[in-house]
Design a protein around this ligand. Structure first.
Ligand code: GDP
Length: 332
């Protein structure tokens, strides 16, 4: 079997690659990367995968891939995934996330109609959620609160349109927050765990963050990619599925858990630079629909994830080069 992972060199793409190679070593994995993509996240897998240089915003380049190859499954992970960056670069965010998804679906429609496609969406699509709507099911209204969230709603809905209009096998996922090693430090738990190690090493005195009241439903990325796999095996085409843990933590609680594991004080300084024009205050997902269909169960608890992330930062920050290979260039 031949599968395609768009965004293979990103945080989630690299974990999906690990998952597939560990569980199904006979599967041929192809991935899309852009010309200047940083491939550090998949460096350890380069001999086992096939990479295609392709820019999703360029329809000709996407078409070229599908003219030369056909795939049984496509996991569409590529995109601009950082919410604050979407206010700084809204057009680029829409272009990659929305138009890029349309380019992909167009090429699949013309050249690879039987390919099963997973459009990987986000809980940010739900945006503004009222207290009586929590935990959030797939039927909740989508009230996006950022350009990023709007772009993901567009990708989600266009996936549905290609199912309805052309009968493509498109399954849509809406993953709540996910964390793990290789997460760029633009995201909150990666930042917290990195700062914890910096405090241990005497390189900073306290945590420096934005809004610590926000609460998020967090799942280990290794469980998320397992759910992605199951959804393309068992998901109903046209349907949307939440992926969540059903447990929330405030950012304050994440700091406290991390500080406890690292054996340091949990003092936080709020820096207005990290506050957003609008923030989703609380996200808590209900993924009963996905669990009943696939039998998915989480294997990792958040303290395990925090432990692994601290260990990873320690090795990165104390290595001879003393620089992070996991920092992306996105602005905060
Ligand atoms: P998101 O939920 O997809 O936007 O994932 P993030 O990890 O970027 O942010 C999760 C939550 O942490 C949001 O409510 C942020 O406002 C909050 N937060 C608080 N301080 C920070 C910070 O310094 N950086 C980031 N990225 N988020 C922060």
């Amino acid at each position: 079997m031949k599968i395609l992972i768009t965004g293979i060199s990103g945080f989630v793409g690299s974990h999906l690659t690990d998952f597939v190679l560990e569980h199904f070593p006979h599967i041929e994995i192809h991935g899309l990367i852009r010309r200047r993509s940083d491939i550090k996240n998949i460096q350890h897998r380069l001999s086992s995968i096939v990479l295609h240089e392709c820019d999703l915003t360029d329809s000709h380049s996407v078409d070229a891939v599908f003219r030369s190859q056909s795939f049984e499954k496509c996991f569409h992970l590529a995109g601009q995934s950082h919410v604050p960056t979407s206010w700084i670069r809204p057009i680029e965010t829409m272009n990659v996330n929305a138009n890029g998804t349309m380019n992909l679906l167009e090429s699949i429609r013309h050249h690879n109609k039987n390919c099963h496609v997973l459009i990987c969406g986000s809980s940010e699509e739900y945006g503004l959620v009222y207290e009586h709507e929590v935990p959030i099911t797939e039927d909740n209204p989508l009230r996006p609160l950022s350009p990023y969230a709007v772009s993901k709603v567009a990708a989600d809905f266009i996936g549905h349109v290609y199912f309805k209009s052309y009968g493509l096998h498109v399954v849509r996922s809406r993953a709540f927050n996910h964390e793990g090693v290789r997460r760029p430090e633009d995201f909150v738990l990666a930042k917290i765990t990195k700062q914890a190690v910096e405090i241990q090493l005497g390189r900073r005195t306290c945590f420096e963050l934005g809004n610590t009241d926000a609460t998020r439903d967090i799942t280990d990325v290794r469980d998320i990619v397992h759910a992605y796999w199951l959804l393309l095996e068992k998901g109903e085409p046209g349907e949307a599925y939440n992926i969540s843990s059903g447990k929330t933590y405030s950012i304050q609680e994440l700091v406290e858990m991390t500080a406890k594991q690292a054996g340091i004080p949990s003092q936080i300084e709020q820096n207005p630079k990290f506050l957003r024009p609008a923030d989703v205050p609380r996200l808590l997902g209900d993924c009963t629909k996905m669990k009943q269909l696939t039998g998915w169960k989480r294997r990792y608890e958040i303290p395990d994830t925090i432990h692994d992330m601290i260990e990873n930062w320690r090795s990165v920050l104390t290595s001879s080069l003393d620089r992070s290979p996991f920092v992306e260039t996105q602005a905060e």
